[in-house]
Design a protein around this ligand. Structure first.
Ligand code: HEM
Length: 505
């Protein structure tokens, strides 16, 4: 053998390669327990994020639409395992109605070591059974309190329109500007005043640059928590909602090797600490609001009474913060696109502030829903095999011609009805049938829907009353490649109503 040293190294290389291949095969093989009668989406589609930032709509249209519209469900790789992804309404009704069979489990159960789990923890949205019932009993009154005092929300909406007009004035009449940063501030401030009992004052003009991560000056960060929280939000959205994070959570186990993951963990920690400190230091209200206590007050009491742990307190504060602003933020981004490209439908004189505009704008390309990625539940029953993760995709449902007809992707508000009553009843019916699942349906439907609709009505009322806008003709639609689906980097041109009509040039 000494005469052929190269033979040894060839053998060694082959052995290493073979071992690697075996490990890879073992890691990515489809378990025998998965259903055999539905197609499999090739694994490389889930790995596209490695080399492409293709919008989720494009990925869906190119690789998922055809098999899903034909079979209603597919096997797909996500979050480091094979899952069933379903879009056929009958399957969804079954899944959403049987919370006991399809136990909801968030990242804290599926991938407890991951960055995403560090961000959200064990909270009302992703828990199950007794824990979920406990969180719901505590938080529901705050999430669904009736808001009769709409003044504060109206004030935030007025400020939003003022800032849009200032920005347009600053850059000059005909140029488009990025709307998302302004939208994010609106969404954060509404969430703050309605759920956390704090005005995050993110519109404050004094800007201190605290830098990326870590904050250059922590004292300043604590002095202006709203601003720093907003910065952290932008960093979190940029880092976390990349397909790489969603598809390879196993890499989070090795933060000492992957620096990006180490930084991500530190960001999550700073975000949780700063948020909890901010809400705990919130100013004491002398007089009680006629609309009752906010979510944060209920959570404070539950923690004091020992009904929840400190960790559960933190997780629920964080998830309320995230879900209550981010969904609204992306809905408004989508609204800018939909109404800014369908200018003839902008409800000016025909607009009625009491109509449910959210439902009017929905089953369209940019339909907004939390996560186009999979939302997973573990199937614990025995219709298929046990322990299969099952997910859904709202974009697929909302653009399926089998459900909505050949014009599924056209913006046709009239398909919902012509008066408030018929629109609302269509919305209820289509939600129950799982034809419309932007707010989910049945046992785990969104508890913030009423608030979200009210918030949008107030804002649209203010926008339509004072401004008109078009999408910058130079802007090319691109949707987010991960996370909540919405237009990315949208630029709009805004003008005060009464000035020369924008759509006429
Ligand atoms: C446009 C706005 C919104 C949309 C499209 C939306 C959508 C959704 C969806 C699809 C779910 C189900 C998630 C899942 O099954 O994993 C959900 C759950 C939830 N949402 Fe919303 N949401 C919005 C606004 C809000 C707001 C403002 C709040 C207030 C904090 C909120 C609180 C919740 C809660 C607490 C749940 C969990 C319900 C449960 O599992 O019992 N949402 N939402």
């Amino acid at each position: 053998m000494e005469w052929f040293p190269e033979l040894n190294s060839v053998r060694l290389t082959l052995a290493i390669l073979l071992t690697l291949l075996l490990i890879l095969y073992w890691y990515t093989r489809i378990p025998n327990t998965m259903p055999k009668n539905i197609p499999t989406v090739p694994i490389y589609i889930s790995l596209l994020g490695l080399w492409s930032d293709m919008g989720q709509d494009k990925t869906y249209d190119r690789w998922l639409r055809q098999p899903l519209e034909k079979y209603g469900a597919v096997k797909i790789w996500f979050a480091g395992r094979w899952n069933v992804l379903a879009t056929r309404p009958q399957f969804l009704v079954d899944m959403f109605r049987h919370e006991d069979v399809y136990a909801k489990a968030g990242s804290q159960k599926k991938i407890p070591w991951s960055v995403i789990a560090a961000l959200v923890g064990d909270n009302i949205i992703n828990s199950h059974g007794e824990t979920w019932r406990l969180f719901t009993a505590i938080m529901k009154p705050g999430l669904q309190r009736r808001i009769t005092e709409s003044g504060p929300l109206l004030e935030k909406s007025r400020k939003f329109v003022d800032v849009l007009l200032e920005e347009q004035w600053r850059i000059g009449g005909e140029k488009g500007f990025l709307v998302n940063p302004i939208i994010q501030r609106w969404a954060l401030s509404c969430m703050g005043i309605c759920f956390m009992g704090v005005d995050l004052e993110v519109y404050t003009p004094t800007v201190i640059v605290m830098g990326g991560y870590p904050a250059n000056n922590l004292t300043q960060a604590l002095e202006r928590p709203g601003q720093r929280l907003e910065e952290l939000q932008s960093i979190i959205k940029k880092t976390l909602f990349k397909p790489l994070f969603f598809n390879f959570p196993d890499l989070d186990r090795y933060p000492f090797i992957f620096r990006q993951r180490k930084i991500a963990f530190a960001i999550m920690q700073e975000f949780g600490d700063l948020l909890c400190k901010t809400v705990r230091q919130r100013p004491h209200q002398e007089t009680k609001s006629p609309d009752g206590d906010q979510v944060v007050d209920y959570l404070d009491r539950a923690l004091k009474e020992g009904r929840i742990t400190e960790e559960q307190y933190r997780a629920n504060i964080k998830v309320t913060f995230l879900t209550a602003h981010e969904n609204a933020q992306q809905l408004l981004n989508s609204t800018f696109w939909v109404l800014g490209t369908n200018t003839s439908s902008t409800p000016s004189h025909t607009y009625s502030p009491s109509s449910s505009n959210y439902s009017v704008y929905t089953p369209r390309l940019t339909t907004n829903q939390p996560r186009n990625d999979l939302y997973l539940r573990a199937r614990r029953g025995n219709l298929h095999s046990n322990h299969t993760w099952v997910g859904w995709n709202a974009f697929g449902v909302h653009t399926d011609p089998n459900i909505w007809g050949d014009n599924a992707r056209e913006f046709l508000p009239e398909r919902w009805g012509s008066d408030v009553k018929s629109i609302q009843s269509a919305m209820r019916r289509k939600t129950t049938q799982c034809h419309f699942i932007a707010f989910n349906a049945h046992s785990r439907k969104c508890l913030g829907q009423g608030f979200a609709v009210l918030q949008m009505k107030i804002l649209l009322f203010e926008m339509v009353r004072r401004i008109e806008w078009i999408v910058d003709p130079g802007y090319e639609l691109k949707l987010t490649s991960g996370g909540i689906m919405a237009p990315l980097g949208l630029r709009a041109i805004v003008r005060e109503r009464g000035e020369v009509c924008l759509s006429e040039g």
